[in-house]
Design a protein around this ligand. Structure first.
Ligand code: GDP
Length: 294
């Protein structure tokens, strides 16, 4: 991911860096090129426009243009603004000592069940006592898949039955907690191929019954900007606290990953980097920016 965009941006910045003195016209031309490169990488239009506007404002302003290191300074501004676009400082879900419930939501195929297993491993390795809830009754194989993942990670899995009400699920969770207390519960919820009212209602009801402390949307980086429209709807209905972007190892152009923070207003907590259980990494905006700009 980001390969074409990275090459284009590095090319533009290399040329700027070589200039000892820059004119406003040169900066403006470079900004136009950057904007084009972002749009071609499927970055959201507003995100690309604002990015370039912020860089221009800082780069054309005051001392930069006249200085001997103008090119380098502009490059630094681009770098800093890219980190800002990706979310600034790395953020993680807020976990308390106990009583943590992470609600995983997303469209079918986004990587929700896989990410649920990965998160279980991530937090178990950090010493958490994790319980998984297989509440994806929509895709029959999802519960089997989560049972297998739970066994691989070594955490119990509570399976929701087809006709169980959210209140019954909440009661079964309380019962489980009385017998085998877990400080972190991760819930794999139902997904559909598209946004659908019945699904949203069901998610909202389950959310009310379980009162999760975090609601994470799993977004497939390969699906581009459409993924972010979907995110808005999820946020309206079940109020998201953060995002997990999967398939960052794929050959997507990267625009969705780059735009996600600004379009949704939610932090990206984790990135999925392979199909394996170990393929989940905290999302570090500075490292991602570093990878893009070389
Ligand atoms: P769900 O319907 O949202 O629960 O999706 P799944 O968890 O079943 O994942 C759908 C497909 O995406 C599976 O083949 C996963 O192995 C794959 N997948 C999930 N996350 C990643 C990732 O970060 N990278 C890659 N390469 N594949 C992933």
């Amino acid at each position: 991911m980001f390969e074409t965009l990275g090459n284009r941006l590095q090319d533009i910045l290399e040329r700027l860096k070589r200039e000892s003195k820059l004119t406003e016209a040169q900066v403006k031309a470079a900004m136009r090129e950057i904007r084009m490169a972002l749009l071609e990488a499927d970055v959201n239009f507003t995100v690309a426009r604002d990015f370039v506007a912020r860089v221009s404002e800082k780069a054309v302003g005051a001392e930069v243009l006249g200085s001997l290191t103008a090119g380098q300074q502009v490059v630094k501004v681009v770098h800093d603004e890219l980190i800002e676009t990706l979310g600034g400082k790395a953020t993680q879900p807020t976990l308390k000592n106990e009583g943590n419930i992470i609600f995983m939501v997303g469209l079918q195929g986004a990587g929700k069940t896989t990410s649920t297993g990965k998160l279980a491993k991530y937090y178990k390795d950090k010493g958490r006592r994790v319980l998984l809830i297989a509440a994806d009754t929509q895709r029959p194989a999802a519960r089997d898949q989560l049972r297998v993942l739970g066994a691989q990670v070594g955490v119990p899995v509570l399976e929701v039955a087809n006709n169980e009400t959210p209140a019954q699920t909440a009661e079964r969770l309380r019962e489980h907690q009385r017998g085998d207390f877990r400080d972190l519960v991760i819930v794999d919820t139902a997904g559909r191929l598209q946004i659908d009212e019945t699904l949203m209602d069901a998610l909202a009801d389950l959310k009310t019954a379980l009162q999760p402390t975090e609601t994470l949307l799993v977004v497939d980086a390969m699906t581009g900007q459409e993924a972010l429209n979907v995110a808005r709807t999820f946020d309206e209905r079940v109020s998201l606290s953060g995002l997990i972007i999967t398939k960052m190892d794929g050959d997507a152009r990267g625009g969705a990953a780059l735009s996600a923070r600004f379009v949704t207003g939610k932090p990206i907590y984790f990135a999925g980097t392979s199909e394996k259980l170990t393929g989940l990494e905290p999302f570090y905006p500075d490292r991602v920016a570093g990878r893009i700009l070389g």
